[in-house]
Write a protein that binds this ligand. Sequence first.
Ligand code: LLP
Length: 427
Amino acid sequence: MTKSDLPLSRPFAAVEPGGALHCGKVSLESLARRHGTPLYVYSADQILERLGLFQRALNGREHLICYAVKANSALAILKLLGTHGAGFDIVSGGELERVLAAAPEAVGRVVFSGVGKTAAEMDRALEAGILQFNVESEGELELLAARARKLKRVARFALRVNPDVFADTHPYISTGLREHKFGIDIRRALDIYKRVANNRWLEAYGISVHIGSQIRSAEPFGAAVERVSKLVQQLRRAGIELRVIDAGGGLGIDYHATHFDAAAKVAEYAAALETSLGGFGGTLLIEPGRFLVAQAGALVSRVVNVKRNGRKTFVITDAAMNDLIRPALYQAHHEIVPVRPQAGRAQAVDIVGPVCESGDFFARDRKLAPLAPGDLVALLDAGAYGMAQSSNYNTRMRPAEVLVEGNKARLIRRRETMADLLAPEML
Ligand code: LLP
């Protein structure tokens, strides 16, 4: 297969050669006119296509795909995924409330991860009847047992083990080494499961592992699950039968390529997990976030000004680091494309936002077709950890969000107003 035969990684493309960028059949120019900028635009079709890839790849065994809500917690996206059979991986009481608001029927498919669950968060999740608590420390397990006893509800738990597997990714999003704050040392897990085996308020239900995010190769996932599978066998010999192996999330995308074979990536990932599961006959649970939503989203922004400083050219957009922090925080790369490409020679420019920090940039020395004030640009692959990590820094109102389904676009979150921002404050 040649590069151009590979499927396009993103739903954002021109409908006619050389024409303006669309999301599927919907023009980004018309969306920007209607809803203003900066504007997040997501393709529902691509999100479902990606979910379908995982569903089909894992078809041969009992499985559950728990979308990592933190990647993009828009209610409409949660509803879309929940309706199509996904479960959810949450990390806070707030994310639980989002699931209950958007997809209450899916509450039995929720796993609760995170290193610092409070008693109140546990209570709410126990009462709501979530599937499983992914427990990150012995102290947390004690607290969970106490809350379960108090509420007279059995807590299904999985220990999140730290497999000490290295994954090649940005240090801020790597989690599987002993030096990280996440999980319980895998060598301690057997003893902990045995110790609570007779607690009637705790049900040893699964085991979980998550080694990091934006991991491009399938190999470390396989290595981590292999270690977990061995532990599951040891537990079985000790009379403890777990029903779920939760392999976490973390499968990465290609932020650079135009053509990326997502189906092949998922197949490779699923095969690595399958091989490492050995004879495990229970449910394989995974928690993908980025892979499902990143490439389905773009941040559409208007050029406010073009400024020359000596030999440097700065293209200043109305989107900033508060809307999409990934470049500033992880030196992340996002492709940036003019929505209506102008003729002329490409030039190396810095694309920056208006926030008062030198770290407020989207790209440096990027070769782009000529841009002028008023032009629109699309920052691609912004569907994951974009809006979800946005803030009101510099008292900037956060963007509106639009979901495109087939040839229809629908506002799923209105732009914030100044009144929204001032509402919680008092003089
Ligand atoms: N499960 C757990 C326990 C996690 O901590 C995470 C992500 C996921 C699943 C989903 O991982 P994914 O499939 O999305 O890689 N803000 C960063 C990424 C932080 C990831 C945190 N944990 C970024 O923009 O790259």
